[in-house]
Write a protein that binds this ligand. Structure first.
Ligand code: FE
Length: 207
């Protein structure tokens, strides 16, 4: 039996890309958004921010334990002071990987992500498959990212929302100990700050 409100749903295209275009047209027609403003936002988070802001935080946390404590315990204060708490980054929790726990971040509902720290999310982060499987079978998903988590280690999955986003503080690789903060920044990949990877020696092929 057809549901009462189906006629409203059916008036929108099913294809997500077409739906976005339809919505954008409506918003533009009503004067609620401007193409120029949208382009500027996209350019900022796609090209100007990227994951470098997050990588700098991680590198500093690795060499400065007092900064690391502040980053974990008073995240919002630290991010505000560094001017890193803009759009989509208002509330961030930093979760630390240890020898006992590996953290993985997902947004099961849509694609919530800390833009000011990591830029725009990768397409796999927004995919239906990742969003549903990261919660159901995180170890298997991590294996597909070539990350084998031993059974002795717990995997904790964090579900982002518009109220709270997460940044993973990865463990510092043994062979990077002693390097400077600037050198360490290059070891911190985007994926390791989502929990879908581990830090890598610069120049090493990222699989
Ligand atoms: Fe979301």
């Amino acid at each position: 039996m057809e549901k009462k409100n189906n006629k409203y749903h059916n008036s929108f295209p099913l294809d997500p890309e077409a739906r976005v275009k339809a919505l954008k047209t409506i918003l533009e027609t009503k004067g609620l958004v401007e193409q120029e403003a949208l382009d500027e936002i996209l350019d900022t988070y796609q090209n100007k921010v990227g994951p470098i802001n997050g990588a700098k935080l991680i590198a500093k946390a690795w060499i400065d334990s007092s900064f690391k404590n502040d980053l974990l315990e008073q995240t919002e204060k630290v991010l505000t002071e560094l001017n890193l708490s803009g759009r989509q980054g208002e509330h961030v929790t930093v979760v630390e990987n240890t020898s006992e726990i590996h953290n993985l971040v997902v947004c099961t509902l849509c694609s919530c992500y800390p833009w000011p720290l990591l830029g725009l999310p990768p397409s796999w982060y927004k995919s239906d498959a990742y969003r549903s499987r990261a919660v159901r079978e995180p170890r298997k998903v991590l294996e597909e990212f070539n990350l084998l988590i031993p059974n002795s280690k717990k995997v904790r999955v964090w579900d982002s929302t518009s109220e709270m986003r997460y940044l993973v503080l990865p463990q510092q690789p043994e062979d990077s100990i002693g390097l400077s903060e600037d050198e360490l920044v290059n070891w911190v990949t985007r994926d390791c700050m989502i929990g879908a990877g581990i830090p890598k020696r610069p120049g090493k092929f990222n699989d």
